[in-house]
Design a protein around this ligand. Structure first.
Ligand code: SF4
Ligand code: SF4
Length: 502
């Protein structure tokens, strides 16, 4: 953003302070520079030459979860997120990134082979520096380590990484060709989530692929201001997925999905990739909630009623002991991708599960990627607020759709002596309650939808689920591109079905 654009943003900001009222960081550290208004003023002062890019400036700029709550709440539609991200990029290009972070971004995040090697070495030597705490299924450091505090519970690296076990074509079905983008955290720490996605896609009759050559989506580098690294990773991912000529690309990571859908367009364009290739790639990306919601829900209201009657009979016993669950909206799924109603509808469709909403369910959990490593003191307090809301619901489990949120909320519950409350990815819930066939698998069973049958697609606006889908359109989302809210209207869905006619 140049000086003129910065001035324009400044003029757009009327200094009302609304962004402070919703900012999780401001709630913990109530100083002007914590919230968007203050950060933008600092960034503007630097752009205008009134202020140096000092360590203090960098610290305030980086003390932000990039949750997007400020942009969503701003009555003047100020683009706070892109302003703050651009300020970070400018800082990085002027050599303002801390040396350690710069080395990690350039040599680990930006180098897929080194990242993989680091994870393999880490798995072998983890026990030397961390001890397992079986009750909470996590690990804690044995002795003082930079970035890891004594009371922080972390996930252990998986014994088997997802992409070691699943490569290339992993299932042959009569449905669409669907590729999985697990993302680093799921691959290395929570492979069960990606396996759950494989299982659900199999039930839908899809041909499932895990394209080889895929790399980190680059989100940590993007938030660290290292845009050139993300550009390189975006090109590698584009090439890896293009080879398979897929109909859809599915991920269970809110941050990866948000990055692939929302940021890859601009990044690939900067790298000189043609618009058509970009559109073909980004328009195929779906979060697993979105995908399951579109292609696994019943066809008509009659189906819903019949299904519910069947379920009541079938699940009489199980329904007596309902699992009470609540849901936390990951910022990168809710605000960046506009996917809000789908996970709730999926949860509510699982027999034997009772959904209880929590207060402030769209408020950030405090993770913010590397934010929680660099500013754990703030991340912990924001997390405690989230944990209090979870406990208030009396739920047995909290469901969410982002591996980073899972990690952070598990840590918060463990620290607050509530490790008994489970933290599940939505795919784990769907898999655990084996809601196949009754709940999923219908979309592709007959093959009619696969071929874009018009009569069939007319039936799509099913009463109960469609009404909920409408909720996703409520409120202003932070997302910028047309990829958002795809599938929430019947017409869009018909459009999407055409994809599979090819
Ligand atoms: S809410 Fe928007 S207009 Fe108000 S102070 Fe914040 S950025 Fe400025
Ligand atoms: S993105 Fe979130 S944490 Fe950052 S200033 Fe806005 S509301 Fe605060």
């Amino acid at each position: 953003m140049d000086k003129d654009q910065t001035r324009q943003v400044r003029r757009q900001c009327v200094k009302c302070g609304k962004c402070q009222t919703v900012c999780p960081v401001f709630s913990v550290q109530p100083v002007e520079a914590s919230a968007a208004r203050g950060k933008m003023a600092l960034a503007e002062a630097v752009t205008q030459g009134y202020l140096d890019e000092s360590d203090v400036y960098r610290n305030y700029l980086e003390t932000c979860l990039l949750c997007g709550a400020c942009e969503e709440a701003c009555p003047n539609e100020v683009q706070t997120l892109s302003t703050m991200l651009e300020a970070r990029e400018r800082l990085a290009s002027n050599g303002g990134t801390k040396l350690g972070k710069k080395l990690i971004l350039e040599n680990v995040v930006g180098s897929p082979r080194l990242l993989d090697l680091a994870m393999r070495l880490g798995r072998n030597f983890l026990g030397l520096a961390f001890r397992r705490i079986p009750a909470e299924s996590g690990i804690r450091r044995r002795f003082p380590l930079p970035l890891f505090t004594r009371d922080r519970t972390l996930p252990s690296l998986a014994d088997n990484f997802f992409t070691d076990r699943y490569k290339g074509q992993v299932n042959s079905g009569s449905g669409p060709k669907v590729g999985i983008f697990p993302g680093c955290m799921t691959n290395y720490f929570y492979p069960g989530t990606a396996e759950g996605i494989v299982g659900l896609l199999k039930k839908l009759g899809a041909s499932v692929y895990v394209p080889e050559g895929q790399v980190c989506c680059g989100m940590p580098a993007l938030t660290g201001g290292a845009r050139e690294i993300v550009r390189k990773l975006a090109c590698q991912n584009l090439e890896a997925f293009e080879k398979y000529e897929l109909d859809a690309i599915v991920t269970g990571c809110a941050s990866c999905g948000g990055n692939l859908k929302e940021n890859y367009g601009g990044l690939l364009r900067e790298a000189g990739v043609e618009d058509q290739r970009i559109e073909e790639f980004t328009s195929k990306v779906f979060d697993i909630n979105e995908y399951m919601y579109r292609f696994s829900t019943p066809d008509s209201c009659e189906d819903v009623i019949q299904k519910e009657e069947r379920d009541i009979e079938r699940n009489k016993e199980r329904n007596k002991e309902k699992l009470v669950v609540t849901y936390h909206h990951p910022c990168h799924l809710n605000r960046l991708q506009g996917v809000k109603a789908e996970p709730i509808a999926l949860i509510q469709s699982v027999p034997g599960v009772r959904y209880v909403p929590m207060a402030d369910d769209q408020r950030c959990c405090g993770m913010g990627g590397s934010f929680s490593l660099e500013h754990y003191d703030i991340a912990k307090e924001v997390n405690d607020q989230k944990v209090a809301r979870i406990i208030e619901t009396g739920a047995d489990a909290v469901v969410t759709s982002c591996p980073a949120c899972i990690m952070h909320i598990r840590d918060g519950l463990s620290r607050n002596q509530r490790g008994d409350i489970e933290v599940l990815h939505v795919t784990e819930l769907l898999q655990r309650y084996d809601c196949e066939k009754q709940e999923v698998g219908k979309a592709w069973d007959s093959g009619t939808r696969r071929h874009g049958d018009t009569g069939d697609s007319e039936k799509i606006p099913c009463g109960r689920l469609s009404e909920r889908a409408g909720e996703s359109g409520g409120g202003r989302s932070v997302h910028k591109t047309q990829n958002i809210n795809r599938g929430l209207k019947p017409a869009d869905k018909r459009d999407y079905l055409l994809l599979f006619e090819i």
